[in-house]
Design a protein around this ligand. Structure first.
Ligand code: NAP
Length: 232
């Protein structure tokens, strides 16, 4: 994936849902994509890779396992990507308040959504082209300013923490690469559920437009799928 004949993306957490849809959308636009799954061998990403084996490659990582991140980094040594996008995330019971959540559940959500994406960014940043971009899947729920009604308290906290960690990372890396925290909208996926107002098709092509539009703009932006700045 070091050729310059086409653009290349590494999407962490691309087995299904929004990550898989991003892979599919980038491939439609002529990109080559390496997407990661955890262990399962039969995911929508596998179907995409079987249809387009030259353009879609599969790697493996559970982002909560630092040894797996290190092993992925070692396997990718020498490759360069135009885009690194960390999509993987989880949620918990949205009704559960911070006063109710069991400690283990709090740890699961915070470690998966805040600490682990940053470990991936820290480990794989060097694989991103000098004029490339790093995206991380945040959420509108991560906005502190927009939190006027509570709900999804633990998930909100995890994405707000992710946003803050990414700001610290960006402050340490003022080197020309573009960085985006993405709020994709509330989308009908396994996580988003059937009540979400947006289909994947309404969100993801716009997410990709927004990411591609941010290239060449160094520094960190917190943007929604329509390219609008989200208040921190
Ligand atoms: P989803 O359908 O539940 O998919 C989640 C993805 O994350 C899957 O590919 C899953 O892999 C992967 N993942 C979870 N934990 C992982 C881990 N420890 N290591 C590696 N991969 C892991 O959810 P989605 O709706 O597509 O959401 C994707 C991202 O968008 C998440 O970060 C989510 O917080 C964010 N988001 C979603 C919405 C929405 O409305 N859907 C809104 C705002 C933000 P497996 O297949 O192996 O489980």
């Amino acid at each position: 994936m070091t050729t310059t004949a086409h653009q290349t993306a590494l999407i962490i957490g691309a087995s299904r849902g929004l990550g898989h849809a991003m892979a599919e959308e980038l491939v439609k636009r002529g990109w080559h994509v390496m997407g990661t799954t955890r262990n399962s061998a039969d995911t929508p990403l596998h179907g995409l890779s079987q249809r387009l084996p030259e353009r879609v490659h599969i790697e493996h990582v559970d982002i909560t396992m630092p040894d797996q991140i290190a092993a992925l980094h070692a396997r990718l040594a020498g490759k360069t990507f135009d885009m690194l996008f960390v999509n993987a995330g989880v949620t918990n019971n949205p009704q559960e308040t911070i006063g109710e959540v069991p400690t283990e559940e709090f740890i699961r959500v915070m470690v998966t959504n805040a600490l682990s994406p940053m470990r991936v960014v820290e480990a794989l940043y060097g694989l991103v082209a000098d004029d490339g971009m790093v995206g991380v899947m945040s959420s509108g729920q991560g906005s502190v300013s927009n939190n006027t009604n509570g709900m999804r308290e633990v998930y909100r906290g995890s994405k707000a923490a992710l946003n803050t960690f990414m700001r610290s990372f960006a402050a340490r890396h003022r080197d020309g690469r573009a960085m985006v925290l993405m709020a994709p909208g509330w989308v009908r996926t396994d996580m988003g559920g059937a009540d979400a107002p947006l289909t994947v098709e309404e969100s993801i092509p716009n997410v990709v437009n927004t990411l591609l539009g941010a290239r060449g703009k160094p520094g960190l932006q917190y943007l929604d799928y329509l390219g609008r700045t989200v208040p921190w």
